[in-house]
Design a protein around this ligand. Structure first.
Ligand SMILES: [Zn+2]
Length: 571
């Protein structure tokens, strides 16, 4: 059995779910050589894994989880109680670690790998704190990753867009992606974070941001155009205005609609993230209800949108977001401790511990909304599984979410323990759809990989990265709906996780801990772009405590950088 890394592996006789390549549970072999999927390998030269009676999928792809950076680290500092209740003991292959909702970096890598996930996007990086973020990503083993700089409230972005200088804004954004080694444009509560610097927030997508004379709608449309001009692999990645407020579903639909007709990768122009938090009906907390249905209807009718769930799972967690005003509201509402932070002229952020309770009407409705979104959006290629880790639940809850998605019975069991008043405010009791393993493979692998434009991820075709998850789940002998607990257990502990052609997990135990790659996007720009960037250098020293020259993170600062090169649509 012992084989050197990078060698040949043959996974025999598994039930393969590879939706990208149209493979739906066929019994077949998967061959691996030198870290890639290949047509075939000679059996006698390969390490053979007998996957008979097991489910084989590409490695999981997480489009949105807060796993690294100053905000995550502040969450760790804020919550010693989160650490001592959850300890990861040292093993011959792994370091020790701690943390339930905000685990330490090494533990984060191990726990993803244990579930069969091999890629994670860290979605919320203040550009100024890119260095710290990459340090933590480098310390997060096994998984590949990327990180999105927060650009929706940067002063330079707001000024360029308010002046109608979209191409100049594109030059600045291309530079920021290079300077921060970032992957996509992240927008959180556009305009609202800037207002928060003055203790305010925006109330709609057409509210004017004070001092900048620009609206959230103009920021969204402007950055969607920038995104297209730079030919970025992913769309703008948007956390809506009014997140977490009753009645916010209207703002969410308007946000999706405001970029309709704009071009983008694969015909998409926006990804709206953790939509659960943005799908509230009602006028206040007393009347708050699920509005997942109209949002799903909008998504079903409009191809330009992708979303992720932001599912809530009852239990204790830590909420953290760049949405400073939202976190202040949650702190007021819950009375829990709170961190508030303002990152110079770039963004805000906040952290508040939170416990979702089954018996709370609002929390029960939140739980339902996340699942409703995945069940009501008809096309699984446009809705992805997330918990907005750790906001809706720690990522280790994914198997639990999968259990509810494949089994109406599992949902019923949970709903029986909720208040009747809560059940009246959701549509979940009337939904009988149950996702298939094929659909689970789409929403956890193929779909997010495609939306991210990640080369070699999310599928098992020849040439793909050899990132494979094997689960002890026999789809021919398991009634997913009835045996939902078996489904959850299988996803909690992969029988095997293979990362870049190397076995990293066996029988749910981490057996190797190699370093993963960090993807970032370099955009080739015309010559004039450099002058635009130089023109902001003079204003820089008035705005930043860090000098212009010290700001960029050099590529060799990253342990294993993976540079995606794009060419701007600019002359
Ligand atoms: Zn988030």
């Amino acid at each position: 059995m012992a084989r050197a890394e990078g060698g040949a592996i043959l996974i025999k006789n598994g039930f393969v779910f590879d939706p990208w390549n149209g493979i739906d549970g066929e019994r077949m072999d998967i061959a691996i050589m030198d870290g890639r999927i290949v047509e075939d390998v000679p059996e006698r030269e390969a390490l053979v894994i007998d996957a008979s009676g097991m489910t084989v999928m590409p490695g999981g792809v997480d489009i949105h989880a807060h796993i690294a950076g100053s905000e995550v680290n502040a969450g760790r500092l804020l919550r010693p109680e989160d650490h001592f209740k959850d300890v990861e003991p040292r093993t011959p292959a792994t370091r020790s670690g701690v943390g339930y909702s905000v685990p330490s970096t090494w533990t984060t890598g191990y726990r993803y790998a244990r579930m069969g996930w091999t890629y994670v996007s860290n979605p919320s990086m203040p550009p100024l704190e890119a260095r710290h973020t990459h340090e933590e990503l480098d310390d997060t083993p096994i998984i590949d990753k990327a990180t999105y700089p927060l650009l929706g409230d940067c002063w330079f972005v707001l000024e360029f867009l308010a002046a109608g200088m979209v191409e100049e804004c594109a030059a600045y954004v291309a530079w920021m992606l290079w300077a921060t080694k970032g992957y996509a444009i992240k927008i959180v509560n556009p305009g609202g974070l800037e207002c928060w610097g003055f203790g305010h927030n925006v109330r709609s997508i057409d509210d004017v941001v004070p001092y900048f004379n620009i609206t959230p709608r103009e920021i969204l449309r402007g950055l969607a155009r920038v995104n297209w001009l730079l030919d970025l692999p992913h769309t703008i990645h948007v956390h809506t205005n009014r997140l977490g407020q009753p009645g916010n579903w209207v703002t969410t639909v308007r946000t999706m609609d405001c970029v309709r007709g704009l071009p983008g990768p694969n015909g998409r122009s926006i990804h709206v993230t953790h939509v659960q938090f943005s799908a509230f009906g009602g006028d206040d907390w007393a009347s708050m209800c699920s509005m997942a249905a109209p949002i799903a209807r909008y998504v079903n009718m409009h191809e330009h949108v992708t979303i992720d769930m932001g599912a809530v799972v009852p239990g204790d967690t830590t909420t953290m977001t760049a949405d400073g005003p939202f976190q202040y509201g949650l702190h007021e509402l819950s009375g829990n401790k709170w961190v508030n932070h303002d990152v110079e002229t770039e963004t805000s952020s906040g952290i508040v511990p939170y416990r979702y309770r089954r018996k709370s009407v609002v929390n029960a409705v939140q739980w339902a909304i996340g699942l409703e979104l995945a069940l009501l959006v008809e096309d699984p290629w446009r809705v992805f599984l997330t918990t907005d880790h750790p906001n809706g639940a720690p990522f280790i809850a994914y198997p639990r979410v999968i259990e509810w998605l494949v089994s109406a019975k599992a949902r019923e069991v949970t709903m029986r323990r909720m208040r009747r008043r809560a059940l009246k405010r959701m549509v979940l009791p009337s939904i009988d759809r149950e996702l298939t393993l094929h659909e689970i493979a789409v929403i956890t692998r193929a779909g997010p990989a495609k939306a991210l434009g990640l080369p070699g991820k999310g599928h098992l075709g020849v040439g793909a990265d050899a990132d494979v998850a094997i689960y002890a789940l026999d789809p021919e002998r398991t009634d997913l709906s009835r045996d939902h607990v078996a489904v959850r257990k299988a996803f909690e502990r992969a029988a095997y996780t293979i990362k870049s052609g190397r076995i990293v997990v066996k029988d749910g135990r981490v057996v190797a801990s190699p370093e993963g790659r960090t993807y970032w996007v370099y955009v080739e720009m015309p010559d004039w772009a450099e002058e635009v960037v130089r023109s902001i250098a003079s204003a820089w020293s008035e705005r930043y405590t860090v000098s212009f020259d010290n700001y960029p993170v050099p590529e060799d600062y990253l342990a294993i950088p993976y540079k995606l090169v794009r060419k701007a649509r600019l002359s």
